[in-house]
Design a protein around this ligand. Sequence first.
Ligand code: 0L1
Ligand code: MG
Length: 261
Amino acid sequence: MTVDQATPVDVAALAARLDAAARDAAATRQLTDEVTLDVDGGYAVQTALLGRRLARGERLVGLKMGLTSRAKMAQVGVDEVIWGRLTDGMRVPDGGTVDPATFIHPRVEPEVAFLLDRLPEPGEPVGDFTDAVRAVAPAIELIDSRYANFRFSLPDVVADNASAAAYAIGPWSPVPDGLDNLGVLLEVDGRIAQVGSTAAILGDPRRALDEGLRLADRYGVRPAGGWVFLAGAATAAVPLKPGSHVRAVVEKLGTATLRAA
Ligand code: 0L1
Ligand code: MG
């Protein structure tokens, strides 16, 4: 972790600040406006942020990948794949309702979720995907940067748990033969808002799992069977407006839905 000698990084204080921004639904300044933070430092803050959630009784139930598509990278001007943590407190039932007022500037994006099973040894690539993944589902991720205007550097967004805020998962299905080029739609109030393909997720969402396990292992995080893995968005994200009804449709996998109060 880079430490600016003039302004030592107080990881716990930075995590507390991001946590307060999320809980108060009030944006905060980018951390890197004030301290020197590299990507490792960002993950240290992310770990401390998770620690605060766990201390409140939430459970770590999965991982998410971020910025896995060119559309997402272009949308926020950051060009590296990142990962974050999912807790049970972020989960919304399929078809459930969220209150947009409890977020700063929520956006939704269509994703593919994996239910993890028998994972390879740390550092090993996923061999047989159907051993590693028990089931697949369409999903909606609700992201909410804790920084004003969704503007951040790479270490900032890593510290902010890859903008993770909430997620809804549709029905689980057995792993289909091909996952690499399934059509994806994001509908808002019955109108198509985004069109994409699972090919946008690192060329194949299965690749996101290898990448996610490799990156998490670098920071000593070992996913377990039964965890959820959000492989990444197939399109750019769209703002979640009050009263709207969102559907993510993934060919062969079905539909996940979310409502905004
Ligand atoms: O899930 C994502 O791809 C979000 C990653 C962080 C960047 C953003 O807030 O859009
Ligand atoms: Mg996402």
